[in-house]
Design a protein around this ligand. Structure first.
Ligand code: PEP
Ligand code: MG
Length: 605
């Protein structure tokens, strides 16, 4: 077991330690105080792990294996044909190979592992930092360039370490606060067993998967802090305020004490005391609303059920995808789907096929797409790499033999994608029948999240058993605004007139064609937006379990007719500002007992 004690700052400390308050964007509620754990690396993220004496020998072997792997990769690349003249290429790769054979560099890293009792990734990082410090002061440009080569080679070594079979056992210290440029959902899942206290990142938006997960985990998170990794180091004390979007670096003793008292006194809803709530829910005037849960992590449904959820409305199966091992096998999938379905029982679970992009499949530095949100992802990846897609569909068919499972297809933009998937399912059913293997007949639904589907929604409704509206991507694609890019967060306008009209059309067509519609984007989990969705005619919302109580409280306290009147007026607005303005005005006028001004849209003067 590896323990990060959080008390040993990095040797490269050259930072200012006075108390500093930073303004950030809050993306997951909660307060936390703890010690920074810096995450480095792009695609494969790494962090400092303190080793036990008994683990050091293994770590050294792991490091040597990675060096060999990086060397053989370099030799392979050098042997490949490319545009670069072979003379230049050979000289670059020779130089890189020399670095990997540099005994003084390698033994320096090994000594850091041994003496510092730290993981290889961290020791390699320290070596790069040392080079950076030394080369910065060198006037000779030619020599300075060598730093780029060293950095390049050590980057390759990092990738080889993370890609290798052997992993260090992760155990962050108590009260760790993860600080990263951006945090991958897979890294967060890997770190959850160590119970981190909060997340601070440079980039990401409210609907980024990492923050969706953070909210599921009740983990406070803030984002938008450009250059944060240059301001902190592993071990620094920090306070995170995930309500107001605030970070306090190096808090003074008095600040920490004051913060601890305030955090202890603050209780949003005392969820621990809540007895099991009955699922039945209706507005004041009797319109029945079904609340389901978006559950991505294995134990997630227990809480959702206690809060009165009727089944899982969205299970993102891509969280089964392991960043080291890739796709799970058919058996692993069957086991996971059965387990998730059993936890829900008769209310059923809606499992989405893998919504991953091609980059997530590729090795470090390979398979980059200019714009992965518009690239080979979701159903497109499934239909172009049919082997894995068939395995998943087969696993879902088998898991549904005795369990209530629905299948939902991500990123649908054309009816033909649904037809193709249905034909694969039929073929798999035939094969399973021949093999005398039990299977079920899951309902098949389509995610409505690509704007094109709004115009062909009638045709889609004819081909599916249900529709699932993903507002996160719908807003992203409708407004051409990257949901993961914090710099354009102000353009991610959930209440844009085009968004409201699109949702209205989808709801109307679903109702007219009697196709069940679940709204499962993050919009459904906000009391303000939920009231608007109800007014637009929605009657099934699926959300993060931690949002259920707030949304239930709102729904049971408003009348459908009242909400409908409000949304009729909203639909007449010409701009997002006008909609937001009207929302604030009408919600305060009609429902001031439910909505305080601080949770309503902020009106820009
Ligand atoms: C959505 O796009 O709204 C959605 C529910 O799916 P995801 O957030 O996983 O893209
Ligand atoms: Mg989506």
């Amino acid at each position: 077991m590896i323990v990060f004690d959080g008390n040993s700052p990095d040797p490269l400390s050259r930072k200012n330690n006075s108390e500093t308050v930073l303004k950030a964007r809050a993306v997951s509620r909660g307060f936390a105080i703890g010690r920074v754990v810096c995450l480095h690396g792009q695609k494969r993220q790494f962090y400092r792990i303190n080793l036990k004496n008994s683990e050091i020998e293994n770590e050294l072997v792991r490091f040597r294996v990675a060096v060999q792997l990086a060397k053989s990769q370099l030799k392979n690349i050098n042997a490949q044909k490319s545009e670069v003249t072979s003379e230049n290429k050979t000289s670059i790769f020779d130089a890189h190979l020399l670095i990997l054979e540099d005994k003084s560099l390698l033994s320096k890293i090994e000594n850091t592992i041994k003496d510092g009792k730290i993981n290889s990734e961290w020791a390699v990082k320290l070596a790069v930092d040392d080079y950076l410090t030394a080369y910065k002061t060198i006037a000779d440009g030619h020599l300075r360039e060598r730093y780029i080569d060293v950095e390049d080679v050590l980057d390759r070594l990092q990738a080889a370490l993370v890609a290798g079979e052997q992993k260090s056992i992760v155990h962050l210290g108590k009260k760790s606060i993860i600080v990263a440029k951006d945090l991958k959902p897979s890294t967060l899942i890997e770190l959850t067993d160590s119970n981190p206290r909060a997340i601070i990142t440079e980039t990401g938006g409210w609907t980024s998967h990492t923050f969706i997960l953070a909210r599921e985990l009740n983990l406070p998170a803030v984002t938008g802090l450009k250059g944060i990794l240059r301001r902190v180091q592993t071990g620094d004390e920090v306070i995170v305020d995930g309500y107001n979007g605030k970070v306090i670096l190096h808090p003074k003793k008095e600040t920490s004490q004051k913060f601890k008292i305030e955090a202890a006194q603050f209780q949003e809803i005392n969820t621990e005391k809540i007895e099991k709530i009955k699922p039945k829910l209706a507005t004041l005037d009797g319109r029945e609303i079904t609340i389901r849960a978006n559950v991505d992590l294995p134990a997630g449904y227990i809480k959702a059920k206690r809060y009165g959820a009727r089944g899982i409305g969205l299970h993102r199966s891509e969280f089964l995808f392991n960043r080291y091992k890739g796709f799970p096998s058919e058996d692993e999938q069957i086991k996971a789907y059965k387990k998730a379905a059993k936890s829900v029982g008769e209310d059923g679970i809606c499992i989405r096929t893998f919504d991953i992009n091609v980059e997530q499949l590729a090795e470090e530095g390979e398979g980059r797409e200019q714009n992965s949100a518009l690239g080979l992802r979701g159903i497109r990846l499934g239909l172009s790499q049919t082997k894995q897609f068939n395995i998943q569909l087969r696993a879902l068919l088998r898991a549904s033999a005795e369990n209530k499972i629905d299948i939902v297809l991500p990123m649908i933009s054309d009816v033909s994608e649904i037809l193709l998937t249905k034909s694969i399912l039929e073929k798999e059913k035939l094969t399973l029948k021949k093999q005398k293997i039990k299977f079920g007949n899951p309902r098949v639904g389509a995610m409505i999240e690509v704007p094109a589907t709004i115009f062909i929604i009638e045709e889609i409704a004819q081909e599916v058993d249900f529709l699932s509206l993903g507002t996160n991507d719908l807003v992203q694609y409708l407004l051409a605004v990257d949901r993961d890019n914090e710099s354009v967060a102000d353009w991610f306008r959930t209440l844009h007139p085009a968004v409201l009209h699109s949702i209205k059309r989808i709801i109307d067509v679903a109702e007219a064609s009697k196709t069940p519609l679940i709204i499962c984007g993050e919009m459904a989990g906000s009391p303000v937006y939920a009231a608007i969705l109800i007014g637009l005619g929605a009657n099934e919302l699926s959300m993060n379990p931690n949002s259920i109580l707030r949304v239930r409280k709102t729904i049971s306290a408003i009348a459908f007719e009242e909400a409908r009147e409000i949304t009729k007026q909203l639909l007449k607005c010409k701009t997002s500002d006008a909609v937001e303005h009207l929302v604030s005005e009408l919600f305060i006028k009609n429902w001031s007992h439910l909505f305080s001004p601080d949770i309503l849209p902020v009106i820009k003067k």
